[in-house]
Structure formats: structure tokens, C-alpha cells
Design a protein around this ligand. Structure first.
Ligand code: FAD
Length: 569
């Protein structure tokens, strides 16, 4: 009997440059089932908004169509059950000999993959994995550094060089084997959920009423509508085909690509944005980071003088991505929190994560030492802080699921050390829900950077929610785009509308009034809220508090932070 292979797509929704798919094809399989499993962890536990769902479905549909182009009998088969429970049943029922997948170094996937691997090996099935999600294999970077995390891109570059050149991309396959028969002779038993899902969250599929092959029984991909979701709002659509076209356009623009310097790209530029917007494709694996890297590097090498270099070049941006992945691979599940993360500085924020004393892991609840800060958090989240630069960015994030890196800097600094003094973990949760490109390693790592909890420590360098926006966009076009209430506001006051005389407000058809939480009732005109605090005062308070936190210099394994309580001065 030839190899009967399940190829399990997860973080690699593409055909090009997939080392794992290539190794599956090198087995010369008699049959190959390309599958994707709906995993209750992502459906119920992870916070993922509608925009990210839409992007995922786009990527799945595009991949499925590409598979069918190579073999009309095949497609991406969607399996509706937790992989830990369904795969052992498929191994038996489909007479599988091999399961192949791309390695995933995030915390939950590591646990999940260990369970699937153990079940496969117990059933005599060979498990083959390959790295393909990053430039270098993150686990190999960690091993080379004797378990130490990469806390700077210089550390990543040095270690990467020791491992050798970033592998060159490999081409997409030109044909795919037929899938084998897919009997579901075990379906009468309802699957046991692997996660602690409460009864309200349980759907028909969890209780086994719906076939794992979906409502039509064809393992098909459903649309947002068929899944019962409201429409997404993002204009950004997913899929490998779009990613490759976007990459071609970027490479065609030789000067842009060769001279790209991140700090010179504007966070206020829109339609089109000033950076590549390829992050959501990288997140879903619709674009290979190695293809992206080498196409840019080859162009840059040929360009010669005047080309930018890491850390500000496009390739430098991809190195930052790898740095966070390798840091997470070294630190493990505690990477996305402060407690038990010995590389993350403890700062006594107003709203701090609660910790389960038994596990030492965060519970998702918060301790509050300032009711006012809770209100600030809510206003930040909904884009009604009264600071137009911050609100425009938060509204773009909610609507589009993407904002420029320096926009992320602005809102993250404002929420944490540069305004509200709220725990970065709370901000990271909002980003987890709203970002199309949400990547646990990059999100947590960048929040640590911006809050000066790890990676970056110059807490005295703070973003002004007024001057920073104005420096990029004097007329406030970006603000007008996202805050239509202010579209006719005079440029002079666009970043500080509360300073505009009443006559100017009336002339612009808007009143600056209200608390940013409740709708003002007595205004005939549109309204935009007053600022939630005096920024200069808050900045001074935050900076003094950061100085204290740094002077006490408490790190993760200090006994005084193990229970999350501050005992410093
Ligand atoms: P480009 O500037 O075109 O860069 C090319 C690629 O390099 C990006 O697609 C991305 O994959 C990578 N990259 C660039 N900057 C970074 C960076 N600082 N860290 C890691 N990778 C980078 N990026 C994510 O991919 N997922 C996240 O969840 C995420 N959360 C963030 C949270 C905060 C608070 C901040 C400040 C940044 C976060 N970033 C995250 C990093 C960065 O903002 C985005 O990767 C970038 O803005 C994506 O836009 P782009 O594709 O146009 O980037």
C-alpha cells in the first residue's frame, strides 16, 4: 500500500513555498487529503472579530479553488470537530499512514499538536512536520541560543547567521494526488468536546447533531452568511492569489521597495496606506515570509546604493516578526502575560491582570485601583477619548481591522505609559479581537515594547496624541476620514477640538460636548466628546510612575509579583 496522507492546513493557507506540503508530496502518496479542522479553541476561546473570520474564509476559499485547479477531484476539506478528537477517528476510518503539517510555535497549538502526535504515534501513523511560518525555524533559533529569547533583532540576526542563510522559497506544486474515500462510520457517537465550553456556547456541531462534513455533507467551506454571522466591515480581503498579486505590485515599484524606511512611512496615509499591508496574509500563511523576504532582498541587492537596510527596510520588518516568534518560542505560554514572564517588567498599572494562584497564569479578569481608568479604557476602545488622533485610529482599527504600525504605537503608548496607565495586556486583548493580522507573538511583544515592559525601555519618549498626528497630517485628512463629525472642523483645531470657540464649532456643524460614554441629549448638532483628561498632566503622572517602577526594577521572578500585588514604593 502506498502512503495515505492527511495534509493538515493550519497556519499555511497557501500552495507556494510550503516546505511541509512539499515533504508530504515527496512521499509520493497514493492518496492525499488536504484538510482544515474547525477547532473549538479558536471558535470559542480566542477573541476573533468578524473581520478576521471573513479574512480566514477568504483564504480558505482561495486555497480550495487552487487545489481544485491542480486536481478537480480535490479541494480543501473542512472538518468540523476538534482535531484532538476527530483526527484519531479519521486515522482509523480512512486508513491513514501519515499526517503532515507546518510547525506552529504558539502556546495552544503546541499543546494541541502534542496531543495529536501522541494519538497518531499510538495508532502507528507517522507524523512529519516542517517549519515554514518564519524566516528561520524559531525552535532552532532558541536551541542555538541555549533557550534564551531573542530580545533584539541584532540577537536574532547573529543567531540566524549561525544557522545559515534564510532558506530560498520553493515553487508551488503543479499537481496534487487524488483524495481517498472519506467514510464517517464513527459519526453516530457525539464527539467529546476537548475544551471547557459552556452550554450556551455549544452548537449543534459540538453535540454531534451536525455531521463533521458540514450541513451539506460535502466538507465545504461556508460563507459568513451561511455561518450565521453578520457581514464584516473590512475592505481588506484575503487569499493567496490576492497576496501574490499585492507582492508583485510592491516589487514592481522598485524605488518604493528598495528605499522603504519604516519610520518615514506615514500612519496618516490611507487609500492606499504607506506600508505593504501584507501582515494579515502572513498571519494566515497565505503569503510565505521567505518568498516575501527574498523577493525584496534580491531587488535590494540589484538596486545598489541608496537601498535601505534593516532595521528600517522591509526585510528589517520581517526580522522583527521573527524576533517576536523566537522570543515567544523560548518563553512559552507566559510570553503573552507579565506574571511568570521573567523578561517582562512588572509595572503597577491602574488595571492589572488577576492571576490564578494555582497555575500562576492570568485569568482574563482585572484588578482595578482606579474606577476612572476603567472609563478611560472603555472610551479608548470605542474611539471616544476626545483626542481625535487616537479616536480616528481606534475607529479605523474596528472598521478595517488594520492600522499602520505608528498608529499602533500611538494608541498603545496612550493606553499604557503615555496617558491612561492601563495594563498592556488589556490593550492586547482588544487588538486580539480587532486585528486581521493578530499574531500572539507579535501582538504581545509589540505591546510589551510600547509599554516599556520589555524590548524597549526609553519610557521618557512618549507619543503626544496631538503633536504626533499633526506632524504627519497638518490638515487632519485622516481624522476627517474616520471622524465624520469633525469633517468640516478648522484645521487649526482638528487635533484639539475642545479649544475651538463655540462659533467655530457651530460653523463646522458639531458641538464638543459630552463624556464619550453617553450620547449628549440636548444638542441639535452632531457632537464629539471633550477630552477625557488633560494629556500633559497625565503624561507627567505616568512618567513619574514609570520612573518609580524602573527604579524598583522588579522582574518576573521576584516574589513580590508572583501574586500580582505591588509591594514596591
Ligand atoms: P510592513 O511595514 O509592510 O512590514 C512588512 C511585514 O513585516 C509586516 O507585514 C509584518 O509581518 C512584519 N512586521 C512589520 N513590523 C513588525 C513589528 N513591529 N513586529 C512584528 N512584525 C512586524 N503585527 C502582526 O503581524 N500581528 C500583530 O498582532 C501585531 N500587533 C501589534 C501590536 C502593537 C501594539 C504594535 C505597535 C504593533 C503590532 N504589530 C503586529 C506589528 C506591526 O504594526 C504590523 O506587523 C504592521 O503594521 C503590519 O502592516 P504591514 O504589513 O503594512 O507592515
Amino acid at each position: 500500500m502506498g502512503a495515505r496522507v492527511i495534509y493538515w492546513f493550519r497556519t499555511d493557507l497557501r500552495l507556494h513555498d510550503s516546505p511541509a506540503l512539499q515533504v508530504a508530496l515527496d512521499l509520493n502518496p497514493e492518496v492525499l487529503w488536504p484538510i482544515f479542522t474547525w477547532d473549538p479553541h479558536y471558535v470559542y476561546k480566542a477573541r476573533g472579530g468578524l473581520n478576521r473570520w471573513q479574512f480566514l474564509l477568504d483564504c480558505q476559499m482561495d486555497l480550495s479553488a487552487s487545489i481544485t485547479k491542480l486536481n478537480p477531484k480535490s479541494k480543501l476539506f473542512l472538518i468540523r470537530e476538534a482535531p484532538q478528537t476527530v483526527l484519531p477517528k479519521l486515522f482509523k476510518s480512512w486508513k491513514v499512514t501519515h499526517i503532515v503539517f507546518e510547525r506552529d510555535t504558539d502556546a495552544y497549538p503546541r499543546e494541541r499538536d502534542a496531543a495529536v502526535t501522541a494519538a497518531a504515534e499510538a495508532a502507528g501513523i507517522k507524523v512529519i512536520t516542517r517549519s515554514g511560518r518564519t524566516l528561520w525555524d524559531s525552535d532552532a533559533i532558541v536551541k542555538q541560543r541555549d533557550g534564551k529569547p531573542t530580545m533584539s533583532i541584532t540577537q536574532l540576526q547573529t543567531t540566524g547567521k549561525q544557522l545559515g542563510l534564510i532558506p530560498r522559497p520553493i515553487p508551488a506544486p503543479t499537481s496534487l494526488p487524488d483524495p481517498g474515500p472519506m467514510p464517517l462510520d464513527f459519526e453516530s457517537e457525539p464527539p467529546a468536546p476537548t475544551e471547557d465550553i459552556n452550554s450556551e456556547q455549544r452548537t449543534k456541531s459540538d453535540t454531534g447533531y451536525m455531521s463533521i462534513a458540514g450541513p451539506k455533507g460535502d466538507f465545504g467551506i461556508e460563507t459568513m452568511e451561511e455561518l450565521g454571522f453578520p457581514s464584516a466591515t473590512t475592505p481588506h480581503r484575503g487569499g493567496e492569489s490576492i497576496a501574490l498579486r499585492m507582492l508583485d505590485d510592491i516589487i514592481d515599484n522598485e524605488e518604493y521597495t528598495a528605499k522603504f524606511e519604516k519610520p518615514k512611512t506615514s500612519p496618516a496615509q490611507f487609500e492606499p496606506q504607506s506600508t505593504t499591508l501584507l501582515s494579515p496574509f502572513l498571519h494566515f500563511g497565505a503569503l510565505s515570509p521567505r518568498l516575501f523576504y527574498w523577493r525584496v532582498q534580491d531587488l535590494t541587492d540589484a538596486y545598489g546604493n541608496g537601498a535601505s537596510k534593516p532595521p528600517t527596510s522591509i526585510t528589517g520588518q520581517l526580522l522583527f516578526r521573527d524576533m517576536y516568534f523566537a522570543a515567544q518560542a523560548a518563553i512559552g505560554p507566559a510570553f503573552t502575560q507579565t506574571i511568570r514572564n521573567r523578561h517582562c517588567r512588572f509595572i503597577p498599572w491602574h488595571l492589572r491582570s488577576k492571576v490564578d494562584p494555582k497555575t500562576g497564569m492570568v485569568t482574563g479578569e482585572y484588578e482595578i485601583d482606579s474606577e476612572e481608568a476603567e472609563v478611560w479604557f472603555q472610551r479608548w476602545k470605542r474611539g471616544t477619548t476626545g483626542f481625535p488622533w487616537i479616536d480616528a485610529l481606534m475607529r479605523q482599527l474596528r472598521h478595517d481591522g488594520w492600522i499602520h504600525h505608528l498608529g499602533r504605537h500611538s494608541v498603545a503608548c496612550f493606553l499604557t505609559r503615555g496617558g491612561c496607565y492601563i495594563d498592556w495586556e488589556r490593550g492586547a486583548e482588544v487588538f486580539e479581537e480587532l486585528l486581521l493580522d493578530h499574531e500572539p507573538a507579535c501582538n504581545a511583544g509589540n505591546w510589551q515594547w510600547l509599554s516599556c515592559s520589555a524590548f524597549f525601555h526609553q519610557y521618557f519618549r512618549c507619543y503626544s496624541p496631538i503633536a504626533f498626528g499633526r506632524n504627519w497630517d497638518k490638515n487632519g485628512d485622516f481624522v476627517r476620514r474616520w471622524i465624520p463629525e469633525l469633517k468640516d472642523f478648522p484645521a487649526k483645531f482638528i487635533y484639539e477640538p475642545w479649544k475651538a470657540p463655540i462659533q467655530d464649532q457651530k460653523k463646522a456643524g458639531v458641538r464638543i460636548t459630552g463624556d464619550g460614554i453617553s450620547e449628549p441629549k440636548d444638542s441639535e448638532l452632531a457632537t464629539y466628546p471633550k477630552p477625557m483628561f488633560d494629556f500633559n498632566k497625565r503624561r507627567d503622572i505616568c512618567m513619574a510612575a514609570m520612573k518609580d517602577a524602573y527604579d524598583v526594577a522588579l522582574f518576573g521572578d521576584d516574589p513580590c509579583i508572583m501574586d500580582g500585588t505591588w509591594k514596591g514604593s
